[in-house]
Design a protein around this ligand. Sequence first.
Ligand SMILES: [Zn+2]
Length: 80
Amino acid sequence: MQSECLLCGRERARERRHLCNYCNEVQNPLDFKLKMEKIFRINDVESAHIAADELMCELLKDLGYRKGIEVFEDENRWCS
Ligand SMILES: [Zn+2]
């Protein structure tokens, strides 16, 4: 089941309080900055941080840092 994406509001995010695949796709440095600004305009601070983590993790994976991000995601699971 899909839920509402935190950034675009469409019903296509994998999980609650997450981003859809489209919003997770960073096009360039300016796009990344604009998405981060939009994320931190979300009123719920915890949701904003979850979304920012997700966006940064997906970007680092795309840049080839998948193994390190998998370590981060495994550890992060125990903190949320
Ligand atoms: Zn979206």
